[in-house]
Design a binder for this molecule. Sequence first.
Ligand code: THU
Length: 142
Amino acid sequence: MPSSPIMISPAHRAELLHAARQIAQHAYSPYSGFRVGAALLLEGGDIVSAANVENASYGLSICAERAAVFAAIAQHGPKIRISAVAVSNLNDASSSPCGACRQVLSEFMPPEGVILFPFDGTLQSRTLAELFPLGFDLAHAE
Ligand code: THU
């Protein structure tokens, strides 16, 4: 039975979307030209955002979503809990978080956490459980 999404206030939602859009301008993406921003709403109300950073050794590039998680831990410590994520890009493209970012988010976000992202020209809202069911959990692997 899927649990209902965490309720995000309209003000937080607007702030989160704005932060994701703004930080996308900081993207370092000379290789793909794809500029992504991600903003996290932490329990407690803080917002942390980051953009994607690429490298000439392509595999070293990091997505905006993971950069935002790592920035949030750097700023707020390892106990962060993420209530919601907004993803934006300056290319007007569909961009839901990639599988690697979903896995990383799942360690800091409950299944009913909300992910906002542009897809097929509209803003989509999904829970983490909808985007990433049955993710890897070491506790289940032992
Ligand atoms: N990218 C993100 O930042 N987030 C995603 O969810 C998917 C892809 C970045 C990685 C790379 O810098 C560029 O977009 C093209 O893949």
